[in-house]
Design a protein around this ligand. Structure first.
Ligand SMILES: Nc1ncnc2c1ncn2[C@@H]1O[C@H](COP(=O)(O)OP(=O)(O)OP(=O)(O)O)[C@@H](O)[C@H]1O
Ligand SMILES: [Mg+2]
Length: 377
């Protein structure tokens, strides 16, 4: 959808963007992130040609943007900046409608659309459309800025730190709203920020820039789990993954070789095994580690005849989770069933691991523990 090919920008001798190539897919929200001065705004402005690159090309839907009329190009792209960019001497309505009117869209359609856009960003059209920007709070102005960017229903929307001047509460609220909105309308959005929390919240993919070059371009999850280098690790904060439980999967915290027994093992032997391995439940498996059932220490100990195969006493109905399930979901399953452990099974139903209640609690309390450590050291 948007393809950067060898984009370079130099001012005199200084190279501020250096040979950047990457692709953004249609309907994707990509966050460009990096320290101040790394070239984020420059890169964004090269997309709508407010800045001309020294070298390289940007293609949108396969068409070279350099070959297009730049005014036309900009009209077909939403653009939101930190200072909202609203025209102070125009009402909210006039601000939102300026581009659709320039495009000579039918008047009734424009009016219906303005009201719809206002509702979309959580503002009452009746109350706000005829006010001037100065009669709105910062957060409300920013919402109008977002509404205006969507006004001509562009395929591409560029946002340059649109929420950074807002108080933290309003900011989080607008991030949530943008994420909801994007889930509905699926525009191709390039969003610049230097706030990792913001990126984590809204991004499909993150493009991390350092000194004018890309250091990592990946999904949020992969950036957090596999930072490309020390710079990335430091930038995102090493322990961030642990404070975002939704990104931790069952496979990340499971025990990989849980204690198992085959179905024909006697109850006696099962008791022995649990005792020597110090576990309070046993996974009963068939061929290729296929999970057949589970028994707890209590269930085998209260079994009258200990010479029978464990398949007679095991539970064949049991809770299970998949390796990709996030640990918030796992915790819900464990809590709901009052379980002390839950097996992790692959699609075929074969055992790949086990998650114990205590390992879950350890994981979830880890950010807290780190803080304690930091506070006491
Ligand atoms: N017109 C210009 N002439 C010379 N240098 C410039 C010009 N515009 C930007 N730069 C330099 O290019 C570099 C990148 O600037 P850019 O605005 O893209 O950074 P940024 O990543 O958006 O930073 P911030 O997070 O502070 O907004 C900076 O070092 C800046 O000083
Ligand atoms: Mg900038």
């Amino acid at each position: 959808m948007i393809r950067f090919e060898g984009i370079t920008k130099r001012y005199d001798q200084q190279t501020v963007v250096s040979d950047i190539s990457f692709e953004i897919e249609k309907g994707e929200l990509v966050v460009i992130i990096g320290p101040s001065g790394c070239g984020k705004t420059t890169l964004l402005k090269i997309v709508n040609r407010l800045i001309r690159p020294t070298g390289g090309r940007v293609y949108i839907n396969g068409a070279d943007t350099a070959a297009q009329d730049e005014i036309e190009l900009r009209r077909n792209m939403g653009y939101v900046i930190q200072q909202t960019g609203l025209f102070p001497h125009m009402t909210v309505r006039e601000n939102i409608e300026i581009i659709p009117r320039l495009k000579r869209v039918n008047r009734a359609d424009i009016e219906a659309r303005s009201a719809e856009l206002m509702r979309m960003v959580g503002l009452d059209p009746e109350q706000f459309l005829d006010r001037y920007p100065s009669q709105l709070s910062g957060g409300q102005q920013q919402r109008v800025g977002v509404a205006r960017a969507f006004a001509c229903d562009p395929e591409v929307i560029l946002m340059d730190e649109p929420f950074s001047a807002l108080d933290p509460l309003t900011r989080v609220q607008l991030q949530d709203e943008l994420a909801d909105l994007q889930a509905r309308v699926r525009k191709t959005i390039v969003f610049v920020t230097h706030d990792m929390d913001e990126a984590v919240k809204i991004a499909d993919r993150i493009c991390l820039i350092h000194e004018g070059g890309i250091v990592q371009y990946d999904t949020v999850e992969d950036v957090m789990k596999h930072p490309a280098n020390e710079f990335v690790a430091d930038f995102i904060g090493r322990n961030r993954i642990w404070s975002s439980p939704a990104f931790i999967r069952a496979r990340d915290i499971m025990i990989q070789n849980p204690v198992c027994a085959s179905a024909d093992t006697t109850v006696m032997r099962c008791i022995e095994r649990m005792r020597t391995r110090k576990v309070d439940s046993l996974l009963i498996t068939g061929e290729n580690m296929h999970m057949l059932g589970i028994v707890s220490a209590k269930e085998v100990q209260t079994c009258a005849d200990r010479s029978v195969p464990v398949s007679r006493v095991m539970r064949r109905q049991f809770e299970k989770v998949s390796p990709d399930e996030n640990i918030v979901e796992v915790l819900q399953i464990v809590n709901r069933g009052g379980l002390s452990a839950v097996p992790v099974l692959d699609e075929a139903g074969d055992v790949v691991g086990l998650i114990t209640r205590s390992s879950l609690l350890m994981t979830l309390s880890r950010p807290y523990l780190d803080e304690m450590e930091a506070a006491t050291s």
